[in-house]
Design a protein around this ligand. Structure first.
Ligand code: CO8
Length: 286
């Protein structure tokens, strides 16, 4: 299915395929679109839609998604991002058709790790709002977010083994770190697809809500984050992300240093003054 290009072009990231202005734009690919909107102040909602393929992550879709996150990262006014798909699927994995007949050198040259890094290293909070399938590369993408909100009907898993391959963009390692050896082994070895309730029990998702409020709940959470002091948010995210794989003493040192840095921020003075004076704080992001 081909999407038509919006004629009201405001921004053009790449030759004639982006349209829109400010914090709302649409990326139009050959068989997908990525819609960016600002549903609340400081919140970017990024919606992937590749109809007919359960949002399978083709290389063009991955590349444009990475560019979208790079562009959002440059905008200090974007305080939190909600990444979502459609009601049918967050993403059903890497595009299986695009991997048929592909050799190892081509797989290497795709450098998909760089594309996911645009999401994983986004400096401010990212919430994955998951409806439907989050499988294989789709679950790997969700695990690059900081918070996962899933609908009750969501289905998650790493089914790559059934294709004769294995996860290759964090599905073994991020999953291991998120849920521990025995759940990670079960999911990756069996390829079993689990429910949102099972995922919540094993700590793979942050919150499970009714399917029809996944997006609104995620935006509500992001809007709350967008009101908080951004330097504190960025430091918390950085310390949890980097600290997860560091020795405990080093990670605790990183935590202390980050806290000490925040004592140089105007928002720290404002937050504490507002508490003592029993008023709402007016954070500046400085
Ligand atoms: N890739 C390509 N096309 C897909 C994919 C996919 N991952 N998933 C679904 N589609 C397509 C189907 O082929 C079908 O297309 P068509 O109508 O033209 O035949 C269409 O989407 C609808 O799919 P279904 O008819 O199968 O819909 P159902 O609702 O019956 O089932 C499922 C939905 C359960 C999601 C099913 O489609 C499915 O099992 N999909 C594949 C899931 C999967 O195996 N994902 C893992 C892929 S491998 C991976 O992600 C990691 C590889 C490691 C690489 C890392 C770096 C590149």
């Amino acid at each position: 299915m081909a999407f038509s290009t919006d004629q009201h072009a405001g921004h053009r990231g790449q030759a004639g395929i982006d349209s829109g202005t400010g914090r709302s734009w649409t990326v139009v690919g050959p068989d997908f679109r990525i819609e960016v909107s600002e549903p609340a102040a400081g919140v970017a909602l990024v919606r992937m839609d590749r109809p007919g393929a359960r949002n399978a992550l083709s290389m063009p879709l991955r590349q444009r998604l990475a560019e979208t996150f790079d562009r959002l990262a440059e905008d200090d006014g974007v305080r939190a991002v909600v990444l979502t798909g459609t009601t049918a699927a967050f993403a059903a994995g890497a595009d299986v058709r695009s991997m048929q007949g592909v050799d190892p050198v081509e797989m290497y040259r795709r450098h998909t790790e760089k594309l996911w890094a645009a999401v994983g290293s986004f400096p401010r909070p990212v919430i994955a709002a998951v409806n439907g399938y989050a499988l294989g590369g789709g679950l790997e993408l969700a695990m690059n977010a900081d918070i996962i909100v899933a609908g009750t009907s969501a289905k998650l898993g790493q089914p790559e083994v059934k294709l004769g391959i294995m996860p290759g963009a964090g599905g073994t390692q991020r999953l291991l770190r998120a849920v521990g050896k025995f759940h990670a082994m079960r999911l990756c070895l069996t390829g079993e697809i689990i429910t949102a309730a099972d995922a919540e029990r094993m700590g793979l998702v942050s919150e499970v809500v009714d399917d029809d409020v996944v997006e609104s709940r995620s935006v509500e959470m992001a809007a709350g984050l967008a009101q908080l002091p951004v330097l504190a948010l960025e430091h918390i995210k950085e310390v949890i992300t980097l600290g997860a794989d560091a020795p405990l003493e080093a990670a605790l040192g990183l935590e202390r240093k980050a806290l000490q840095v925040l004592f140089a921020s105007r928002d720290k003075e404002e937050g504490m003054a507002a508490f003592v004076e029993r008023r709402q704080p007016a954070f500046e992001g400085r």
